[in-house]
Design a protein around this ligand. Structure first.
Ligand SMILES: [Zn+2]
Ligand SMILES: [Zn+2]
Length: 434
């Protein structure tokens, strides 16, 4: 590969604003929608109110049984029991994922999907608070269900496994799970009430260097050292960091680095996450990192084996502001002032993969006012606090009202769709697999 001697085109396009075509909020403000009738809005709040105890029990029970990616059997079964107890059918084990589920009321279109997450993390359990996502989504489904027949269309509760690194929603999408969906909605807990906390693209690569082992003292000159290749690549990626966008991140660990100092190992491995705010820029970053990983093998006389995308790439979230405006209005009635633009934080979510297929929102709801980081024991503690319980109730109502608005108001549906098309339309995600 020859070095690029012109500035990266993807970065030029990013800086010129060409890659993020967002509908200006002023335009959203000029729109007005009727939404769902007043008695439906009031009825939704009553439905959630009548089920508060069981929703909070669900939140706390899921929290007490943290399960990792694709292993969320207890959570899926607990949701299924509750959904059946409320008189709805639910299928567990859909789209070839044992812990995915789907329950639907109504038929035809519009079709709103309310997404639940319920996976946890190693060491910190529900340190991402997905128990709150789960309970609020289930609550929203129960609350809107009695009104679906009257409003027309369909609402589904979709259980999406493995948000934390497994990209579960992409597997569901590839099995057609979002093909006939008109809008996908969910809410994530955090420190603030934000409409669109920025979430960036994420892609993974595993690299293994194959070398030649030898006695490290008596015959090191007979070896080809794969650990040298792994270290050289790690250091070169550190140098690359100075020349990336401020929003981009690369982080890696060594997963195999030999067993004894006296034996030059025959294999060494590393695992990296790459993040970038847009698809063209992560594609560019992918090329640069691949060049480094391969060159390190050349420099050390070893052989590199690269495995890109052991899980599918996470897409950046494209928040549909037309749809978000209905969520903001509902939250405002709950006394929550939802800030429109969130921090430009560099996390990622597989909701991004849904949001480049159908209009979607991924707002954040505050479950703590302390400055604690995500993925921490402190956040796990916050996820069953009184503030988190209030968030479950408010989010269930706001999501249900947003769904009802979409069912009731054709002009909202049309405007949402127009915004989606103007911001890039459907992205062919599998075409980015490496
Ligand atoms: Zn997380
Ligand atoms: Zn999360």
């Amino acid at each position: 590969m020859t070095a690029e001697l012109t500035p990266p085109e993807a970065y030029q396009r990013f800086l010129s604003g060409d890659l993020e075509r967002e509908l200006p909020w002023e335009e959203v403000d000029r729109m007005s929608f009727v939404g769902a009738p007043g008695d439906v809005r009031a009825g939704i709040a009553d439905e959630v109110g009548a089920r508060t105890a069981s929703l909070l029990e669900l939140s706390h029970t899921v929290h007490a049984h943290p399960e990792l990616n694709f292993e969320e059997h207890f959570a899926a079964a607990t949701v299924a029991d509750l959904v059946r107890a409320q008189g709805h059918d639910i299928e567990v084990g859909v789209w070839k994922l044992e812990t995915a589920f789907r329950a639907t009321v109504g038929s035809g279109h519009p079709h709103v999907a309310i997404l639940a997450e319920y996976d946890a993390l190693p060491d910190v359990g529900h340190g991402c608070g997905h128990n709150v996502i789960c309970a609020s989504a289930v609550g929203a489904f129960f609350a809107v269900a009695p009104f679906v027949e009257r409003l027309g269309g369909r609402v589904s509760l979709i259980g999406t496994p493995a948000e934390e690194g497994g990209c579960g929603k992409e597997y569901i999408a590839r099995e057609g799970g979002f093909d006939d969906v008109d809008a996908a909605i969910m809410v994530h807990p955090g420190k603030d009430d934000h409409t669109e906390a920025r979430r960036v693209a994420l892609r993974q690569v595993e690299v293994t260097y194959h070398g030649l082992s030898a006695h490290a003292a008596s015959a090191p000159f007979m070896a080809r050292n794969p650990l040298d290749a792994a270290v050289t690549a790690y250091q070169s990626i550190s140098q690359l960091r100075q020349h990336m966008l401020p929003e981009e991140r690369i982080h890696g660990i060594f997963t195999e680095a030999g067993k004894r100092p006296s034996v030059i190992p025959s294999r060494a491995s590393a695992w990296y996450f790459l993040r970038s705010p847009t698809i063209p820029t992560i594609d560019h970053l992918t090329d640069r990192v691949e060049q480094i990983l391969l060159s390190a093998a050349d420099m050390t006389g070893t052989r590199a084996e690269l495995r890109w995308d052991p899980y599918p790439m996470y897409m950046p979230v494209r928040s549909n502001r037309t749809l978000a405006s209905r969520y903001i209005a509902a939250m405002s009635d709950r006394g929550r002032d939802t800030e429109r633009v969130g921090t430009r934080q560099a996390g990622s979510t597989d909701l991004g993969n849904v949001s480049v297929r159908v209009p979607a929102i991924h707002p954040t709801i505050a479950i703590t006012d302390r400055s604690i980081g995500g993925h921490s024991l402190a956040m796990a503690e916050a996820a069953i606090s009184a503030d988190a319980d209030r968030a479950v109730v408010d989010a269930a109502i706001a999501l249900a009202r947003t769904a009802a608005d979409v069912l009731a108001d054709d002009s909202l549906l049309a405007a949402m769709r127009a915004e989606f098309e103007a911001s890039g339309g459907v992205v062919d995600v599998p075409s980015y697999d490496r």
